[in-house]
Design a protein around this ligand. Sequence first.
Ligand code: NOJ
Ligand code: CA
Length: 566
Amino acid sequence: MRLTRTSDLWWKNAVVYCLDVETYQDGNGDGIGDFAGLTQRIDHLVRLGVTCVWLMPFYPTRERDDGYDITDFYGVDPRLGTLGDFTEFVRTARDRGIRVIADLVVNHTSEEHPWFKDARSGRDSTHRDWYVWKDQPPPDGPQGVVFPDAEDSLWEYDKGSGQYYLHRFYKQQPDLNVTHPEVRDEITRIMGFWTELGLSGFRVDAVPFLLETDGQSDAKELPDPHEYLADLRAFLGRRNGESVLLGEVNLPYDATARFFGDPSSDRGDELTMCFDFIAMQRMYLSMARHDARPLAAALRERPEPPRDAHWATFVRNHDELTLDKLSDDERAEVFASFGPDKDMQLYDRGLRRRLPPMVDGDRRRVELAYSLLFTLPGTPVLFYGEELGMGENLAAQGRQAVRTPMQWTPQKAAGFSTADPATFPNPLVDGAFSPQKINVYEQSRDPASLLSRMRLFIERYRETPELAWGDYRLLTTGQDAVLAHVCRAGDGTVLAVHNFADRPHTVRLELTDAEPGGRMTDLLDEAHTGLKADEDGMFHVDLPPYGYRWLRVGTPADDPESIVPR
Ligand code: NOJ
Ligand code: CA
C-alpha cells in the first residue's frame, strides 16, 4: 500500500504508552520517580517500539487523586523535577522518534488551587463563578458519584461562603465552570503552554463531565458543548497541526462516537481518538467465557470513526479495570473468573488487578489479549509494565494496586531507585509477579520472554499498515470460540485469527479475493511459513489452545518477488 499520509496521520498506527513519572524511574535516589530518571529509560521505550508516551498528571498536586487534583496547571510537581527536566525529556523523546502527550485535567482543580481558594473566600470573589455553586444541592442524591466509597453526593457545603459546590469526583476536586468565558480562555492557555513546550496533544480527562453544563450558571450557558470541543480542537490545530486529543469517554458506542465530531456538520473535528471501553470490557467477557462472540458483537456494533479519527484500544488503563458497561450478570461472570475476592474488586464495577495474575500467569492467555490489541483496528494504548506481564499488589490502596513501581531489575528495589523500598510512593509487587521474577533486565536477554514477544508484535504491527489503516471485516469461522478478522488497505490483505478456547480448533476461512490455490504467509513466524488454500479457495488454519495467527495473503512485503518496479 502507498504510505503517503501515514506519517501525517501518525496517531493511526501509533503505539501509545501510558506511564506515571512518579513510579517509573527515580533519578536522584529520593525514592520517587522523576523526569531525569524517565529520560534515562528512553531506550527501553525505543526498543519496545513505542511511538507516543502519554504522561499521567505530573503537575503540582495535593495527591488526593494520584495527581488528578492539580494545584497549578503550569508547573511540574517539584518531587518529579523542574520544567527544565520536563523539557529535556520531551526533547530526548522526540529525538528518538517518540511524541509525548499528557493528561489534560480541566474538569476540576484541587481545592487547594489558588483559584478555588479565592472562589471560596467570598461570594463576590474574582474566581467565584469559575466554579459551580448552589444554595441547595439538587434533590438527586448520590446519583453519578464516581467514588462511592468516599462520597455520597456531587455537592459539598462550603461553610465559609454558605453555598454548595459541584464536585464530580472527590470533594477535594471542585468542578470548574466551563460556561464561564474566562475559564474557557484559561483552558486554551494551558493547552497552548504545554504545546509550546513540545507536547503533541493531550489525553483529555473525563470529557463528558468536562462538557456537562447542568447546574452551571444559566446566564453564561454554553450554547453547545460540542461546539466548544470543536473549538478546542481547532485551537490546538492552529498551534500545532500534528496534535491530537485522546479523550476519555466511557459511554455507549453511539454516545461516545458523537465526541469525534458531527460528520453531518461542517463544524469541524472534536476528539481525534476515543478509548474503546466497550470492546475492552467485552474482550474480558469473551476471555471468561472462552467464547469470541461478545467481543465480535461489540466490534459489529462499533461505529466507524469519521474522517481521520480513530478508536484507541487497550487491555487495561491506569484506573480500576472498569466493567461498568457489562450487564450485572456478565460482570459477575468476569468477577468470578478473574477477581473472585471482594478485595480484588473496586467500586462494585471493576477489578484492581492486572491481566497476568487474573489468568494465573498463563502466557497463552496473556499473549492472546495483546495479539488482539495489536491486530484489532484502533490505536493500541499500553499501560507501563504490561510489556513485561507485571502483576498488582492488593495490599496497596484502591487503584494504587496497579500503579506499583516499574520493574527494571531483579534487585530488591527493582532498579527503580537506590532508596529503601519502604520510602516508595507505592509498594513493589511481591510473590509470583515480583521484580525477582518479572523484570526488564532478564526479559530483554531472553528471546522467549513476554517482552520479546511484545517487541515482535509491535514491530509487525508497525510494518503492517493494513492493521492500522485498513478497512476490516469479521469472517465466519464456524467456531464460537474463534474470532477471525481481515484488514485490507491498498492491495494488501492481512488476516488475524484468535482462539479463545482452552482446546485446539481448526477453522476454514474463505477470503473473497484470495486466489484458489493462493497462499498466506505467517507474519509472526520468522520462517514465514506458508499456508495454502484448498481447491475451493478455503484456508484451513490450525490454532492451539488460546492460539493466534497473523497471516498476510500472498508473499511477505519484503519478499523480492513482491517488490515490483513502478
Ligand atoms: C479519570 C482518570 O482516569 C482517573 O484516574 C481520575 O480519578 C478521574 N478522571 C478524575 O480526574
Ligand atoms: Ca526522585
